[in-house]
Design a protein around this ligand. Structure first.
Ligand code: GP9
Ligand code: MN
Length: 432
């Protein structure tokens, strides 16, 4: 109803964060290439296994002045995993408390997300490249509702069994075989590449890797480093293609990890590789490991570097729209621009836990980020602060749920926005 919608609108308008004037439009007119790093956690960045860098190329990007690299960026997915990450990045609205929003509501709900906004405001074309079946996570339907013009799914690629791992086309082949399509997209374009090779159970044939696994005894932990290394090489090759094709200089390349690769129970095996002991491992440590990479690489930019502000997947859309000079004040978005002075650094997890720059709250327990120790007797000031933040987190998540479950966006048309007509799109393999 309109009162349900108004509650959401009031909340998101009150939390709107205005863009930083230096960053607004800093990448105006550039192609946007989003690289989804499957199951990739932040701890891999700059990590050495037996003295060997696991992801040398991503490390070089992370440490490059042309990249805004976020050291405290968190995944906020629920059970919808990849699809929840995509949903947050495309719409700045949370996934569902249970299940996947793409699967449960993606066929019928109204979306006001990145491809449509970029197209309507700045004339972007749009495409997704993914080497798995288009029906996985209901993407075929959701992408039409988002206004994606092209979806290059497995049917566009040579998927003979040698070319595949468990979740689809090997990443090197995905990038290599996509360039011919990418080059023909009308510029500026918004293009997303969803990788799959670094997906549980982390298997890649010997022929495709020279990297030695760890030896914790848990084969998925051990091989995680091997497939992460393969993903790193794949991204490097893709950058080479972009440079060769001339697209590189005119593009902003965004990389993010969607969610953890190593589960909380397996973290006990991982602990020793991180210089920690499994006997003192806590919920605090599990939460710290929910960091994933978020990097915005803008060739030619020299003022990048490592950013310390806390944020998460919900914050990506307003951040990117502001970078290409699009005003976001009329959209319903729960996240805030990471570069804004008003950016909200309370990062909500889907289960109502949250993290701030100073402390981490898990099941009502407060941990000091500096020491990792639980604050068993918080001061009244801290207690009140945590109470307020926790109220805000719960309100935000439940408003997002109400918006999604009642499909409230169908009652709201942002100023100057034309609702998406999914019938305009057809992803049959006939790209001419
Ligand atoms: C498959 C892929 C995997 O198409 O995106 O999704 P996940 O299992 O990580 O949610
Ligand atoms: Mn995933």
């Amino acid at each position: 109803s309109s009162s349900d919608l108004n509650k959401v609108l009031t909340f998101t308008q009150e939390h709107y964060a205005k863009p930083d004037s230096q960053m607004f439009g800093a990448a105006k007119g550039k192609n946007i290439i989003v690289i989804h790093l499957e199951s990739f956690q932040q701890f891999l960045i700059n990590y050495r296994l037996d003295g060997k860098e696991v992801t040398p190329f991503l490390n070089s990007l992370y440490n490059d002045k042309s990249t805004y690299s976020f050291a405290n960026f968190f995944n906020q997915v629920g059970q919808g995993k990849t699809s929840d990450a995509e949903n947050m990045l495309e719409t700045s609205i949370y996934g569902l408390p249970q299940g996947s929003l793409f699967s449960a509501l993606g066929t019928d709900n109204t979306f006001q997300g990145a491809p449509a906004i970029l197209n309507q405001k700045e004339g972007y074309s749009s495409a997704v490249f993914h080497g798995n079946k288009g029906s996985f996570w209901n993407r075929n339907s959701v992408y039409k509702n988002l206004g994606y013009q092209y979806f290059f799914d497995a049917s566009y690629f040579n998927t003979t069994s040698n070319n595949l791992t468990e979740y689809g086309l090997k990443d090197k082949l995905l990038f290599h075989d996509s360039v011919k399509y990418l080059e023909r997209l009308q510029q500026p374009f918004y293009a997303k590449f969803i990788t799959v090779s670094n997906h549980f159970p982390y298997t890649i044939d010997q022929k495709n890797t020279d990297f030695k696994p760890a030896n914790t005894g848990d084969s998925s932990v051990d091989n995680y480093f091997v497939t992460a290394h393969y993903l790193d090489q794949s991204v490097k090759e893709f950058f080479d293609y972009l440079k060769k094709s001339g697209l590189y200089d005119n593009s902003m390349i965004v990389l993010y990890g969607d969610h953890y690769g190593i589960s909380n129970s397996r973290n006990l095996k991982l602990a020793s590789l991180l210089g920690k002991s499994s006997s003192t491992w806590t919920d605090f440590d599990n939460t710290q490991l929910q960091r994933v990479p978020f990097m915005i690489h803008i060739p030619g930019q020299k003022n990048g570097g490592i950013q310390q502000q806390y944020g998460g997947e919900i914050d990506v859309l307003p951040t990117l729209l502001h970078l290409v000079g699009i005003d976001t004040s009329s959209y319903i978005q729960f996240g805030t621009d990471l570069f804004s002075k008003q950016h909200d650094q309370v990062v909500a997890f889907r289960n109502e836990n949250f993290i701030t720059p100073n402390y981490t709250v898990v099941d009502g327990n407060i941990y000091d980020n500096k020491t990792g120790l639980q604050i068993t007797h918080p001061s009244t000031t801290l207690e009140n602060k945590v109470k307020n933040e926790s109220t805000k987190v719960n309100t935000e998540l439940s408003l997002s749920d109400s918006l999604n479950n009642k499909n409230l966006l169908r009652f709201y048309v942002p100023n100057g926005f034309t609702p998406v007509n999914p019938q305009n799109y057809d992803y049959k393999n006939d790209f001419g």
